[in-house]
Design a protein around this ligand. Structure first.
Ligand SMILES: [Zn+2]
Length: 653
């Protein structure tokens, strides 16, 4: 039973407050500064339609029209309001990080506008308010009203926590209260569920901020009625017939929106990858808060299916561009996949919640994989270009419009018609602290070995933990603890951190079954000098992954590496590498942020494949020459001269 009213009950730990954390890491600290100083101002200009040559966002204009301050019709996608909400959420985290004071007046101006666009009963959605007021709540499958409300709520909770201001929280509460009046277990109310999950996890956050259990009940209701028979969303689409928002989605089926079964009975990740991640995240939250063992078991099965059969080595998910969805187990094509940035953000969210639910560190292996590769790869070092789709193999000439490759862009874009990813990447990077640290009554948890500092209160005392991490260079991580009483620090030892020990002769406490090593700080100031071995290595994939058969990927620490044309010339498909090839850890490249090392190794390049010059096919020759190759972290690719890129290399067996 869900024992509502007890905060975070059942959770082994929960994320730390971002305002207590400072990220000092060269790479990630740089990105946090980039978010506050470049990305947020850039996205503000985009949302106000002020960036020349970019896809036009009508986001702010829609709010002005809905507020009655401008004449006009709604423009852009039905979920465009969420760009503003995620922008506000990012600003909130920047403020919490101590980097966003200058942004607060701008955010307050936007919050006032959003307030004016809200209807008197709490309804807030510019698409319906402006052009379709009589059709509210009639198209949950496509209308995204609940999805929009979810992002409003997430922004409101973040802004309230960062600033203590309640204006946006009041707007969100008014909207959430309306949703609670319209939907619910009452037999008089519709049994609808959102076409795109998001409101569920947001309502759980709102309950945490307000202590109003009605929001938890509402979240639980939306998960409970999902997948019920008859299928509410499919019935709705049938009723709508010619009045659909996305008539081109003729293949909208029950799996697409994860309504093929009740969530608790789902065993395989299906449908639209972002929707799936947001749903599973809410399920994990509910499993923890409500101590729901069945839901927890379903989450564990779904997590395994995603990460053991449907996830790219880069932490990308969603193999099919068509309907942006999961496909068969082990179907992981490298050049025409989807791997939406938002889906990897969602994987981070799901993994964080699974770690919180179970207390097991291993979930962070995949959180870190998604963060360090696909999420980082989604944004340029300049902050003003983004990937929506994250390929593992690019040959720019075949990324052609009006083909099956139309969705794959060989360079990052200024903006998109559907622009969910840029603001999602920004809010995730800005909130990184909550992924690094977590707490419960017993210990502080360090989930990722990223240089940073946290000042918090634990066991009635104050505690400062400083992580100084250079493991990608020398395998070292110094963890300094200052406390006014004995404290426990539980540190995730990642699977790539081999032979962990203390630099001194003090015995190293072996990680427990949960994957955490427990450091006992006696009080005062104490430094634990962790030493491990982080070395580059080639990885292969399970033999069921057809796309990677006979291929190798280079990995060092949490970073997957790739070859770029800028270093290695073109036609990367003709490069072969022996699995036993020695890999040299080189210097970092000054053109690429973060001072991560480049990796160098020898390979062979096919210079003439067939005997007959100029023919398309012929007698095999496979003449090869030795070549020296340079690999860069995938998360930082495409920050120099654009060109070919590949993660997987052909093995010379
Ligand atoms: Zn997206």
């Amino acid at each position: 039973m869900c024992r509502a009213g007890q905060r975070t009950m059942g959770q082994i730990f929960h994320g730390s407050r971002i305002s207590n954390i400072e990220i000092t890491d060269t790479l990630f600290g740089g990105y946090l500064t980039l978010v506050a100083e470049k990305i947020v101002p850039y996205q503000w200009n985009i949302l106000n339609g002020k960036v020349a040559g970019a896809k036009i966002s009508h986001c702010m204009e829609n709010f002005r029209i809905a507020a009655g301050e401008r004449e006009g019709q709604h423009s852009g996608v039905v979920f465009g309001d969420t760009d503003a909400y995620k922008w506000l959420e990012t600003v909130a985290y920047c403020i919490a990080n101590g980097k966003g004071a200058g942004l607060e007046p701008l955010a307050d101006t936007l919050i006032e506008l959003i307030g004016r666009a809200q209807e008197s009963d709490g309804y807030l959605n510019t698409y319906y308010t402006i052009d379709h007021p009589s059709e509210k709540w009639t198209n949950l499958a496509e209308g995204h009203e609940l999805y929009n409300a979810g992002h409003l709520i997430e922004a409101a909770v973040a802004y309230y926590r960062a600033t203590g201001k309640t204006a946006l929280l009041d707007i969100a509460v008014k909207c959430a209260d309306l949703i609670c009046r319209i939907f619910g277990a009452d037999g008089e109310k519709p049994d609808g569920c959102p076409g795109h999950p998001e409101i569920e996890l947001a309502l759980i956050k709102l309950r945490d901020a307000t202590q109003n259990d009605a929001y938890l009940g509402m979240a639980r209701h939306f998960v409970r009625v999902r997948g019920a028979s008859p299928n509410y969303l499919l019935d709705e689409l049938e009723r709508l017939a010619d009045n659909r928002i996305f008539p081109e989605f003729v293949d909208y089926d029950a799996k697409y929106a994860q309504t093929h079964l009740p969530p608790v009975e789902q065993t395989s990740a299906e449908g639209h990858a972002v929707r799936a991640m947001y749903l599973y995240s809410a399920m994990a939250d509910l499993a923890a808060v409500c101590e729901d063992a069945d839901l927890a078991a379903a989450c564990a099965v779904l997590w395994d299916n995603v990460t053991r059969k449907k996830m790219y080595i880069t932490g990308g998910i969603g193999a099919s561009a068509y309907l942006e969805r999961f496909t068969a187990d082990y179907d992981l094509p490298n050049d025409r996949m989807y791997c939406e940035s938002c889906a990897s953000v969602g994987l981070m969210m799901f993994g964080q919640r699974m770690a919180s639910l179970t207390g097991k560190a291993a979930f962070y292996d995949e959180v870190e994989r998604a963060l360090c590769n696909t999420v980082l790869g989604g944004v340029a070092m300049t902050g003003d270009r983004y990937f929506y789709v994250n390929p593992l193999e690019v040959w720019p000439p075949n990324c052609l419009p009006s083909t099956s490759m139309a969705h794959v862009k060989p360079v990052r874009q200024k903006w998109f018609d559907v622009a969910c990813c840029p603001t999602n990447i920004a809010r995730t990077l800005a909130s990184l602290g909550q992924y690094i640290y977590a707490e419960n009554d017993e210990a502080l948890y360090v989930n990722m070995l990223i240089s940073s500092r946290i000042l918090t209160e634990l066991n009635g005392g104050t505690l400062t933990v400083t992580v100084d991490s250079t493991f990608m260079r020398d395998g070292r991580v110094n963890i300094s603890v200052s406390s006014d009483r004995p404290q426990k620090i539980r540190v995730r030892i990642p699977r790539y951190f081999a032979n962990p020990h203390f630099a001194s002769s003090v015995a190293f406490p072996e990680p427990g079954a949960d994957g955490y090593t427990e450091l006992s700080a006696p009080g005062g100031t104490h430094t634990f000098c962790l030493q491990g071995e982080v070395t580059p290595a080639f990885f292969a994939s399970n033999e069921q992954v057809r796309a990677d058969a006979g291929r190798l990927a280079l990995v060092m620490g949490p970073y997957v590496y790739c070859l770029e044309e800028a270093d290695n010339g073109g036609n990367l498909a003709n490069i072969f590498v022996k699995p036993e090839t020695e890999i040299e850890v080189g210097r970092s490249c000054e053109d690429i942020p973060g001072s991560l090392p480049l990796l160098h190794f020898g390979g062979e390049r096919v210079t003439k494949a067939i005997e007959e010059d100029g023919d398309l096919y012929g007698t095999p020759l496979f003449r090869r020459t030795g070549t020296r190759l340079t690999a860069v972290p995938y998360g930082l690719w495409n920050n120099r001269t654009p060109g070919e890129m590949t993660v997987w290399l052909k093995a010379l067996l």
